[in-house]
Ligand binder design. Structure first.
Ligand code: PMP
Length: 308
């Protein structure tokens, strides 16, 4: 089956041909990174012939919060953005899994890094995006870079300029032969990876750094905390995590809208637990995969249908 390509964008309040959705080289966000973005998934449910958006209002709430940190003045709401997104996806007519990229940006052109006296808008586009469980797991290292700090560029929001930090972390890890890297805060504790949140399981307890540890307030993180507690009956603690605890973990996984749920089976050439995909990670992945695709009745409130 050939998967169709992107044809439209939501731009300046309308659905337009993708070629029309372009901005000037003089654009402020292009010059200074002063914008925010998001990443949302749509999952194709073949038996229902439906495309389900996963927690779009939560993603748009975070986008608007990220924009708020940058003093954006927007009239959009999570509901109005979800409606616009449904319209965009209907225009595309996708019948496959997709990834949606909303961007909150400064529309003003010209010189001068600042956050005041500027105009703003939101644009969106979608691309086909499949994913499957990485059975062999990922091999990660600890990055030599440190995580951006709340007092530098707040990482709790998805701020465009802050992703230079993620890009440095990711490329150095990949070029050194790893799949990704975990990154420490300036105080030496674990934050997350270049583009996903971190969980470890040790002695039957799951731990993840708190939202005050310079992590993105991940929607997948929030989802998995709930599924681990409610469905798998596990204790989940949000707390500071030391580097050497990571080396002693029984299971580790990374999570995010882009990566979904990735088991980490090696850290710095040390096996995590047995060095194989752990049973809890597999169970959680199966559960999560059903939930996002609208196959678990109890969590259907998280699945927003695109087609009428
Ligand atoms: N951390 C970082 C740095 C990210 O870029 C992402 C992906 N958006 C995440 C965590 C996961 O967030 P979410 O589950 O909301 O996609």
């Amino acid at each position: 089956m050939t998967i169709p390509q992107t044809k439209h964008a939501y731009f300046e309040g309308e659905i337009v041909p993708i070629e029309q959705a372009s901005i000037s080289v003089m654009n402020q966000t292009f010059n200074y990174g002063t914008g925010a973005f998001g990443g949302i998934r749509g999952y194709w449910n073949d038996s229902e012939q439906q495309l389900f958006l996963f927690r779009p209002a939560d993603h748009f709430r975070r986008l608007l919060d990220s924009a708020k940190l940058l003093r954006f003045d927007l009239t959009h709401t999570p509901d109005s953005l979800t409606a616009a997104l449904r319209q965009l996806l209907k225009a595309e007519g996708w019948k496959n899994d997709v990834y949606i990229r909303p961007l909150a940006y400064v529309t003003t052109e010209g010189i001068g890094a600042r956050l005041h006296n500027l105009d703003h808008d939101i644009a969106m586009f979608s691309v086909p995006f499949e994913s499957k469980l990485k059975e062999e797991g990922a091999h990660v290292t600890f990055s030599a870079w440190r995580r951006v700090d709340d007092n530098h560029i707040p990482p709790r929001g998805k701020i465009i300029g802050a992703y230079v930090n993620s890009a440095l972390i990711k490329s150095d890890a990949v070029l050194a032969g790893f799949d990704d890297a975990l990154v420490l805060n300036n105080d030496g504790h674990v934050s997350e990876s270049s583009g996903s949140n971190f969980f470890m399981v040790r002695n039957g307890v799951a731990s993840t750094p708190p939202v005050t540890a310079n992590v993105l307030e991940g929607i997948t993180r929030r989802t998995l905390i709930e599924l681990l507690r409610v469905e798998l009956g596990l204790e989940v603690i949000e707390r500071q995590i030391d580097r050497t605890e990571v080396y002693l973990a029984d299971e580790i996984f990374l999570c995010g809208t882009g990566v979904q749920l990735v088991p980490v089976t090696r850290v710095d050439h040390r096996p995590v637990g047995t060095g194989e995909l752990g049973s809890l990670t597999r169970e959680l992945y199966e559960l999560f995969s059903g939930v996002v695709r609208g196959k678990v009745e109890k969590y259907r409130q998280w699945n927003i249908p695109v087609y009428d």
